[in-house]
Design a protein around this ligand. Structure first.
Ligand code: ACM
Ligand code: ZN
Length: 543
């Protein structure tokens, strides 16, 4: 990064910035010729404040802003050349055009002051391309359903910061949130719970607030196409065999004991998981996934696989029978049998399975992609070194549900996700990084905004920019212009003074990691959120 100059107002910062002399004057009277990129240009224009919103024209002769295809550039790469007289974008295809337009939009919006009718943009030649192909954010809507508007708003911010994977965690012990037509009870029974556990992960108390919500297939299609227009692939997660108590409540015959089960009001790890020994279980999963595949056109489907205790399997006659027929050494290996079966099913349908790192085992289908979150790295490194793929969601820095005491903004920014131990020749097996937001303690939008922002910007920069060019001081110079933009949209981000708490607060935060929801306060406190001010900001010290 150019150390000596004030950086351009861009997050993520581009890989190469060459400053030229002079300025381009951006104003509303400008015209832009979209060529074949009408969708990308329409979204770009819609993202500008109306006072400075240019318009589209139908002839290149009338425009100072030109878009050209250049197949020599890599898939997501772009060139944005801003001269005093004109702006030219070059890209391999619409993805690079979309990103070039986000860069231009950031330059314009960062220079915008209320009432501005024109903005000076530094003449510059930007050559840019991402570090990682996978730049993900995960939202858990199973613990707390957030709804379509919040999802769309998050997709807008992701696109603005050039993130391209929205991992949608839709099924859990505490709720099933996706309509499956063949199994209506998943919604009728599985999408509502009677209460919520309060006072943290170790809390014994329940409140009496029922919680429910789900997406119809029509709503899912709307969100999938909203994301696609913004170059974002949605990866749905259908958890198996664990974190599945809502499905068991709807269809108890899928469990080892036959139930009855309830949609759980409690957080944590549940012993009642799907029974791989029942013939119905794989049929159910394939039928569910068949509908899921129709809704989500992307290459990847997430099947969870984390935190699945084998307690019930050990005493279940059907699981014992399957284990002996399969000749496996340990009952736990039934998880690998199930995962491989589903992985083969997905491949037969042209898709790839992703699962959390607990699924790593000898005999795992080599095509399965592992999402690493926590635990010993030995097996993961073996997996990567043998040419298999991984996504990194390191718990130490990328869990957005952690408080700022545990994961302060600067730590998140400076964190290098790729393990030092991993030899460079294997780095290409890391598809990229992803930052999850689990929502046990995120019951509302104010709390969600506070957990996500501004840390999402730090992750976006790590996902995009060459690590040798990252620079914390520069990030802090660029951040205020974006916080202003978040303010305009009423996003209740964590203020900078709370985002890097002092040492004594950090120690306390680490101690409360389990007691109050991975380092945060309990849902009762969030529920008692005081009368909203503008923006509706969650207060970390609220009592
Ligand atoms: C996880 O946090 N259980 C993937
Ligand atoms: Zn069983």
């Amino acid at each position: 990064m150019e150390k000596q100059l004030t950086p351009l107002s861009l997050i993520p910062y581009p890989q190469a910035v060459e400053r030229l002399s002079g300025f381009f004057i951006w104003k509303r009277s400008l015209k832009i010729f979209p060529g074949e990129f009408g969708n990308e240009v329409a979204l770009f224009l819609a993202g500008l404040t109306v006072e400075i919103r240019a318009s589209m024209v139908d002839s290149e002769a009338l425009t100072q802003i030109k878009i050209k295809i250049d197949r020599e550039l890599a898939q997501e790469a772009y060139q944005l050349r801003i001269l005093c007289e004109e702006i030219t974008i070059r890209a391999h295809n619409e993805t690079g055009v979309f990103y070039a337009l986000q860069t231009l939009r950031q330059l314009i919006m960062s220079g915008y002051q209320v009432g501005s009718t024109q903005i000076e943009i530094q003449a510059v030649n930007i050559m840019d391309a991402p570090r990682f192909a996978w730049r993900g954010f995960m939202l858990d809507e199973a613990r707390h359903f957030q709804g379509m508007q919040t999802v769309k708003d998050l997709l807008d911010w992701m696109a603005y910061f050039k993130m391209n994977v929205f991992h949608w965690h839709l099924t859990e012990d505490q709720g099933w949130r996706i309509e499956i037509k063949q199994y209506p009870r998943l919604i009728e029974v599985g999408s509502s719970r009677p209460a919520n556990q309060v006072s943290g992960f170790l809390g014994k108390q329940l409140n009496a607030n029922p919680h429910s919500g789900f997406y119809t297939q029509a709503e899912i299609k709307e969100i999938v196409s909203y994301a696609a227009a913004r170059q974002i692939q949605i990866v749905p997660e259908i958890e198996m065999p664990g974190h599945a108590q809502a499905a068991l409540a709807a269809y108890p015959e899928l469990g080892c004991t036959g139930g009855p089960y309830q949609v759980s009001p409690r957080w944590g790890i549940h012993s009642d998981i799907m029974c791989p020994g029942k013939a119905n279980t794989t049929t159910f999963l394939q039928n569910v996934l068949t509908e899921v595949l129709d809704l989500f056109p992307g290459k990847f489907i997430h099947t969870g696989g984390d935190e699945a205790p084998k307690t019930r399997w050990k005493t279940c006659p059907d699981c014992q029978k399957l284990a002996s027929e399969s000749g496996i050494a340990r009952i736990n290996d039934l998880q690998t049998i199930l995962t491989n079966h589903i992985s083969q099913f997905l491949q037969a349908n042209g898709r790839m399975l992703i699962g959390w790192n607990e699924m790593l085992a000898e005999g795992l289908d080599p095509k399965a992609v592992v999402q690493y979150w926590v635990g010993r790295k030995k097996k993961l490194l073996q997996h990567i070194r043998s040419g298999r793929k991984a996504i990194l969601s390191n718990f130490a820095a990328y869990y957005l549900d952690h408080g700022y005491a545990h994961s302060p903004l600067d730590k998140v920014y400076q964190y290098e996700p790729v393990f030092e131990k991993l030899e460079p020749e294997y780095h290409h097996n890391i598809l990229g990084i992803e930052t999850p937001l689990w929502t046990e303690f995120v019951p509302n939008r104010a709390r969600l905004d506070w957990q996500v922002f501004p840390r999402l910007l730090a992750v976006a920069e790590t996902a995009w920019l060459d690590p040798r060019k990252k620079d914390l001081a520069s990030f802090h110079q660029r951040l205020p212009a974006f916080l202003k933009q978040l303010d305009v949209k009423n996003v209740g981000y964590s203020k900078l003074m709370d985002s890097n708490p002092p040492f004594h607060k950090r120690i306390f935060g680490a101690l409360t990691l389990l007691q109050a929801g991975k380092g945060e306060r309990s849902a009762t406190l969030c529920d008692s959120h005081s009368t909203p001010s503008q923006p509706d900001r969650w207060q970390p010290d609220q009592q």
